[in-house]
Design a binder for this molecule. Structure first.
Ligand SMILES: [Zn+2]
Ligand SMILES: [Zn+2]
Length: 234
């Protein structure tokens, strides 16, 4: 057992915490290994959009034909049990233990994914409209991304981009209405100095929301945009 594991075990005994999924003892609120191995991990995905691939390739057919404006996507899970339940609990019931757990898992995935790449220098969680933020009291994407930003030491952009139009939830509109639904829904109000930005969202469905934000960022001097999300629904 190496020194790090010994230290981790000592801490575990001093600070006994539990796996948020099965309530067994785990390290500082992280998911236990047995639960983690059963999560619906996305295995082979398109590097550009995060779409599931059945063959070992870099990009999906859709991206080869017509690439989205963002450059790279890191997606963790398929939107399936128990992840769908976990994400809905973070979104509507402020289940912060789940948010923390997702943040820890996502951090590890990002660290692996960027071993041979340069990390973005700013993280932008997809903003909620002011009205929805007031109703809910928090932005679920921000709750998940906070530990990621802290571990990776990357600042968060919290006020540069605002959702100026109250849009219908993407799940409520058909796939071809989604682009229209988010068009001009966001406005940049701050000056973004970073050239490489990661947009973070809890769930990405068609990618219309992140594509819209990417276009705004790229029109305003950002050169590279990555998308980080916990789940990809398609
Ligand atoms: Zn567990
Ligand atoms: Zn793709």
């Amino acid at each position: 057992m190496n020194l790090l594991n010994t230290a981790k075990n000592i801490l575990l005994n001093v600070l006994p915490t539990h796996c948020p999924l099965c309530n067994l003892r785990a390290y500082q609120g992280e998911c236990c290994q047995s639960c983690e191995s059963e999560l619906p991990w996305l295995k082979q995905t398109c590097k550009r959009c995060g779409y599931t691939l059945s063959i070992n390739a870099q990009n999906c057919g859709a991206c080869l034909k017509n690439s989205p404006p963002y450059d790279h996507t890191v997606a963790l899970f398929r939107y399936e049990p128990p992840i769908d339940h976990v994400l809905l609990s973070v979104k509507f019931r402020k289940h912060l233990a789940y948010a923390h757990m997702l943040g820890e898992i996502m951090t590890r995935k990002i660290q692996t994914e960027y071993l041979d790449k340069t990390l973005p220098t700013l993280i932008l969680p997809v903003p909620l409209h002011q009205k929805r933020l007031k109703e809910r009291g928090y932005n679920q994407a921000l709750e998940i991304v906070r530990p990621i930003a802290r571990h990776l030491n990357i600042p968060l952009s919290l006020h540069d981009c605002v959702r100026t139009m109250e849009t219908q939830p993407q799940a409520m509109v058909s796939a071809n209405q989604r682009k229209q639904n988010v068009r001009k829904a966001f406005t940049l109000v701050g000056k973004i100095q970073a050239k490489h930005v990661a947009i973070f969202d809890d769930v990405v469905t068609t990618g219309s929301t992140v594509a819209e934000i990417t276009q705004i960022l790229k029109k305003n001097g950002v050169e590279k945009v990555d998308v980080w999300c916990c789940a990809r629904t398609l």
